[in-house]
Design a protein. Structure first.
Length: 334
């Protein structure tokens, strides 16, 4: 267990916001995590910091879960059960499985962050989400101070959402993720990926080729947080009722994608049509290649970032009657 007081978190968040934690504890086992939570039940949990907006001072204890390990168990010729520690990097898991010829995670290549945070918002990209391959999630339940295993159903996965994000956001601390993967049909139909595969002459049924296409598209579209502070998409794609979608179509030509009884529309399209792409206000800006991404151009604060986000939300609401929802989590207080 590593303990630092007045720990600088500026390099521990991909937006590069200046932030300090009163106390930072890094734990590498369930026992250490349990002990640390017993001492400080309301501690803030931080992964790799790629989906958070950090305020300048975080009071109390911040815990970074560094539990490692990837354990594979073969179920049959192509299917594996995989148990992964929350502190592993997501993209390392994808690479590890693809390297062993195990498919299923190729569309989720290059998503930054830890394995522990992946179920928190049910990460997704290019036509795939984490949830279909989740068997269970191991947690410490802070209400009962007990180790529990939640089935996929109990995780209540939805689009960029789960019980971990909605129930009581601080109730569960994720220690391990259990997935079953290897027999899913390959999904290379997402337009950008399909075009990239065609352009490169790649095989649409080869998971490594799909992963490489995803990586190329992501590198082109998204700013690299090592050089430009960002958290990927800042807004979720809104889910509308059929009636609200028809009303929206009266105002703007926008595609809709069925999601059960709802229709998902592109938040990027609405932000772009409102004229925000490339907009800069001091130290924050809207990325010129992808209007869903807000960037720190240097020295931004959480208030700057959240302020710009609020202006965009208000403007889109006023023009189109659609309320955009924020994706990253705000940690600390102003
Ligand atoms: C360039 C870029 C591209 C991105 N692209 C995508 C994308 O395509 N799809 C996508 O879904 N996301 C994307 N993201 C967002 C981000 O990568 C994911 O949300 C990722 O899962 C966050 O992981 P993290 O470890 O950095 O979490 P953090 O940012 O550290 O934390 C996020 C939230 O999870 C909670 N949390 C973290 N670990 C645990 C744990 N062990 N137990 C309980 N709660 C925990 C934190 O308290 C916080 O509320 C992108 C981000 C960037 C910077």
């Amino acid at each position: 267990m590593r303990r630092t007081t007045n720990a600088c978190l500026t390099r521990a968040n991909s937006l590069g916001l200046e932030s300090t934690a009163e106390e930072l504890i890094e734990v590498s086992s369930v026992e250490e995590l349990m002990k640390s939570l017993a001492e400080s039940p309301s501690a803030t949990i931080l992964g790799e910091g790629s989906n958070v907006v950090l305020h300048r001072h975080i009071r109390g204890r911040v815990i970074r879960v560094r539990i490692r390990g990837i354990a594979l168990k073969r179920v049959n010729k192509s299917v594996y059960r995989v148990r992964v520690g929350a502190g592993e990097r997501w993209n390392e898991l994808v690479r590890c499985l693809l390297g062993r010829g195990i498919r299923g995670l190729e569309n989720l290549s290059l998503i930054p962050g830890s394995v522990g945070a992946a179920p928190y918002q049910n990460i997704g990209a290019y036509g795939r989400e984490l949830s279909p391959i989740v068997e269970s999630v191991e947690v410490i339940d802070r209400l009962e101070m007990a180790i529990r295993t939640l089935s996929a159903t109990e995780c209540e996965f939805r689009y960029r959402d789960s019980v971990f994000k909605t129930d009581d956001p601080s109730r569960y601390v994720i220690t391990h993720l259990n997935v079953i993967t290897g027999d899913q049909a390959i999904n290379s139909s997402y337009p950008d990926i399909d075009t990239e595969l065609g352009r490169l002459g790649y095989d649409r049924s080869n998971p490594i080729h799909v992963a490489n296409a995803v990586i190329r598209v992501r590198r082109r579209k998204l700013p690299d947080p090592r050089f430009i502070g960002n958290v990927g998409s800042f807004f979720k794609n809104p889910l509308l009722s059929l009636r609200a979608f028809e009303q929206l179509r009266g105002k703007i030509d926008v595609q809709g994608f069925e999601e059960g009884k709802l229709v998902k529309v592109s938040a990027a399209r609405l932000i772009d049509a409102s004229g925000w792409k490339g907009f800069q206000d001091g130290a924050v800006a809207v990325w010129h290649r992808q209007p869903l991404v807000l960037i720190n151009t240097g020295g931004a604060t959480a208030s700057n970032v959240l302020g710009l986000a609020e202006r965009i939300v208000d403007d889109v609401q006023r023009r189109y009657g659609v309320m955009l929802e924020r994706e990253p989590i705000e940690l600390g207080s102003p």
